[in-house]
Structure formats: structure tokens, C-alpha cells
Design a binder for this molecule. Structure first.
Ligand code: HAM
Length: 427
């Protein structure tokens, strides 16, 4: 029989890993809800045109990284390479901008697909958790969103976060900058990679995303965005920075940060984290302000801001930086039963534990006391409940704490209350 391997760039997650991936996503969603965000879910696939239009024809995502196929009706379909475009499409399709108060504050979590070269922290199927704040133009919206991202990372265990921030200004400023880039690269573009030559024609800003080492040497001396910001853009950026300062959000202004998606204007940002061991998986989250996306997909012009975290990157780093708090799959109670005659009594007791909210399990094959203890230890049970003939007769069980080996006797009636107390002590 053939043994199938997962596709390149995909992975299987199970037990602690999957538990923690889900835990991180759920914590991030809870934190977003504290900031007033409501959940949204959109389809995994959309028409290819939606992503091509929004991310930009010259972006790496559109030119190289989309999972695109024809469906049986001959339509070009793409698995979402990011959530923002799909969320904007849903806002327009469902007229949320007309039926709900602005800003729309939407949070999401789920699989995302990019045909990238796999490496540490880079997958072809990965999970993003993100937020979009749509419909209000105010530096407060931008600052609040960036603060949410920054605080979320701190709240889930990242003691220090590097927040890189920049402004790519309004359209007027960007057009002036693009002109300056065209002029700078005009005498050099023939020596640069074919991708850059294409970017030069469609959107010279995208040349700055080039990873080619020789090209990077040329790029490093290119004009900087900051020198082309008009007064309005400078003022808007400064207001955001002041609000971040007031909230104690630490940032580094990175004037080479332009982000690889075409829809941004004004503020753009990335969250980074480098562990003490030097692990650096690139950005653990990123986002920015955008003004035209809702309009691009058929709705009104609405100023917006958002970001997305890469959950796998967060998971890998959290495992490294705080293994002690990295949750283990555990059981509250493993029921140990001795003798076929007590099996059904033990099974009833197990169901009662579960109905009272305890994570509990037992073995359904008759095994020796010693083998059952081994199973309980492997399952990382906190307690074992011992049920033999005497215990059934007396309606009292042995309850042993596997962490400190203390054993007590509890009656059937007091079992749940006692376990409640003991589990609280353990936490
Ligand atoms: P992005 O920077 O393309 O932005 O992706 C956001 C985050 O997703 C990255 O910072 C990274 O942590 C994670 N990520 C990206 N690609 C991969 C991959 N191949 N494997 C694992 N993780 C990955 C966006 O997607 C924008 N939609 C963010 C946004 C929301 N902007 C405004 N609103």
C-alpha cells in the first residue's frame, strides 16, 4: 500500500501542537472582542479577479503565489492568499456598510494559501488571525488597531515585540515617490532581475520587495518614502505616532517598509520577534491603512485599517520562549477499575465526571493496576480515581494526585465538590 505524504509546504498538527494553535487563535479572538470586534467568516475560495485586483497585479502574491484553478464551469478560482479582499467583498455583497454602524470591526481566523518556497515559518497552507476596522478615517482608528496588535502579542506571552512602522502617504505622495523611483532605477533597471523589470513598468514601488542580493545592493540607495510625504500625510502619521506614544506602544520607524500588497496608504506596520536563541521567523503579523478597497470591489469609499497574524509563527515561537506555559494535553481524572464486575460502575462514574465538566477517561480493556497507572501517566492525568469491589461496596473511592502522590478517600457524594476544590488548587 502506498504511504502518502502531506503536500509540500503543508503539515499535520495534533495533540499539544493543535491544542496550542487553537488556544492562541481563541485568545487572539477574545482579545479582539474586548476591543469591540465581531467575528466574520468568508469562503476559502473566491474569483481570481478579486485577489488580483486588490493585492495588485505586480505583487508577488498575485504573480507567483496564488493557488489558482479552473472549476468545472471553466471559472478561474483562487484559494485565498489573504483575508482582507474576501472580507471587503463580503461587506459589499451583504451591504454591511449600510446596515451596521461604522466602523465595521471584523475579526477572522482560518486557513490561508500561498504557493511560496517552504522554509522555517513559511507554509503553503497556514492560518491567519486578523482584524479589519472599516469606515472611519481617524488616526485614532489606526492607533487603536496597532495597539490591539501590540497588546495582543504581549497578552499571549511575547514579553517584547518589535513594531516596525512607516507611512507610505496618500496617493499624491506615493505618485511623487513612484516618479522618483522610476528616475532612480531608469539607468539601472536593465541590469536588474526580470521581476524588477516587470515591476518597473507596472508599479516601481514593488521593486523594493525584491529579494535578489545584487538588486538589493541597488535598492538600498534608492530614494526614501519619507522624503516624499506631503504635509497632510506627515501630519496624519505624526498623530498616529503620538497616540502610540501616549499608550506606551514602542515602535521603530523603518523608512524602507512599504509592504508587498498594493492596497495600502498612510501607515503600514509589521510585528517582529527574535527569541534569545536567535530564532527569527520574519514578521509574525503585519498590516496597514487602506482607503480604496471597498470601492474597488463595488462599494463606497471607506477608510480602513487592519492586520493579520501568522498563527504558525506565533505557535513555533511561543513553544520556544515559554515551554512551561505551553499547554500540554492533559486529563483531570483517569478512572482506574479493577475487575470486570465494577466496569459498568466505573463507566457510570466516568460519565458523571464528564457531565460535571471534568476532562476524564478510562480504559475499556481489563488491565492490571500497574498498566492502568502507566496509561494515566502517559495521558498526563492529574488524578486517578480507583474503583474496585470494596470501593463500590462502600461507595467511596481512592483519589490520588499523580503530581504529589497524595491519596485521599472520597465518598461518591462528595467526589465532584472535592475534585472541584483540588483542580482549582492545581491551577
Ligand atoms: P501579510 O503580511 O501578507 O499581510 O501576512 C500577514 C502575516 O501572515 C505575516 O506577517 C505572517 O506572519 C503570516 N504569513 C504570511 N505568509 C505566510 C506563510 N507562507 N506561512 C506562514 N505564515 C505566513 C496580509 O495578509 C494582510 N491581509 C494583512 C492586513 C489585514 N492588512 C490589512 N488588513
Amino acid at each position: 500500500m502506498p504511504i502518502y505524504q502531506p503536500q509540500r509546504g503543508t503539515y499535520d498538527a495534533f495533540y499539544e501542537d493543535q491544542e496550542n494553535i487553537e488556544k492562541i487563535a481563541s485568545l487572539l479572538k477574545q482579545i479582539a472582542s474586548i476591543y469591540g470586534y465581531n467575528p466574520i467568516s468568508v469562503p476559502v475560495y473566491e474569483t481570481t479577479e478579486l485577489f488580483a485586483r486588490s493585492a495588485g497585479e505586480s505583487s508577488d502574491i498575485v504573480t507567483k503565489e496564488m493557488f489558482t484553478f479552473l472549476d468545472k464551469g471553466g471559472r478561474s478560482i483562487t484559494l485565498r492568499p489573504e483575508w482582507t479582499a474576501g472580507v471587503m467583498r463580503a461587506i459589499v455583497t451583504n451591504k454591511l456598510y449600510a446596515t451596521k454602524d461604522l466602523p465595521l470591526k471584523l475579526s477572522y481566523y482560518g486557513p490561508t494559501f500561498r504557493y511560496e518556497r517552504p522554509q522555517a515559518g513559511r507554509y503553503r497552507q497556514f492560518n491567519q488571525m486578523g482584524v479589519e476596522n472599516v469606515g472611519v478615517s481617524s488616526p485614532y482608528s489606526d492607533a487603536e488597531t496597532i495597539t490591539l496588535g501590540y497588546n495582543s502579542l504581549k497578552m499571549i506571552g511575547f514579553s517584547h515585540v518589535i513594531l516596525k512602522i512607516n507611512s507610505i502617504g496618500d496617493e499624491e505622495s506615493r505618485n511623487a515617490y513612484k516618479e522618483a523611483l522610476k528616475e532612480y532605477f531608469s539607468s539601472k533597471i536593465d541590469t536588474m532581475c526580470p521581476d524588477c523589470q516587470r515591476r518597473y513598468k507596472i508599479n516601481p514601488l514593488r521593486i523594493l520587495d525584491c529579494k535578489d542580493k545584487d538588486d538589493q545592493e541597488i535598492i538600498k540607495d534608492a530614494p526614501k518614502m519619507g522624503d516624499f510625504l506631503n504635509e497632510n500625510s506627515k501630519k496624519y502619521f505624526q498623530e498616529i505616532l503620538t497616540l502610540l506614544d501616549n499608550q506606551g506602544v514602542e515602535y521603530e520607524i523603518d523608512d524602507s517598509l512599504v509592504r508587498g500588497l498594493d492596497y495600502y496608504s498612510h501607515v503600514v506596520f509589521e510585528f517582529h520577534f527574535i527569541s534569545k536563541e536567535g530564532t527569527n521567523l520574519g514578521a509574525i503579523g503585519a498590516g496597514g491603512h487602506y482607503d480604496n478597497l471597498v470601492e474597488e470591489v463595488g462599494g463606497p469609499k471607506l477608510s480602513s485599517v487592519g492586520f493579520a497574524f501568522g498563527i504558525e509563527r506565533l505557535n513555533t515561537l511561543l513553544k520556544e520562549i515559554s515551554p512551561e506555559t505551553y499547554s500540554k494535553c492533559f486529563l483531570d481524572v483517569f478512572v482506574v477499575w479493577l475487575g470486570k464486575d465494577v466496569e459498568s460502575y466505573a463507566y457510570d462514574t466516568l460519565q458523571n465526571l464528564r457531565l460535571n465538566g471534568f476532562k476524564a477517561d478510562m480504559n475499556f480493556e481489563e488491565k492490571s493496576f500497574k498498566s492502568q497507572i502507566k496509561i494515566a501517566l502517559r495521558k498526563q492525568a492529574k488524578f486517578i480515581l480507583i474503583i474496585g469491589e470494596d470501593e463500590v461496596k462502600n461507595n467511596a473511592f481512592g483519589l490520588k494526585n499523580l503530581l504529589n502522590q497524595e491519596q485521599i478517600t472520597v465518598t461518591k457524594d462528595e467526589l465532584i465538590t472535592k475534585l472541584d476544590e483540588l483542580c482549582i488548587e492545581e491551577e
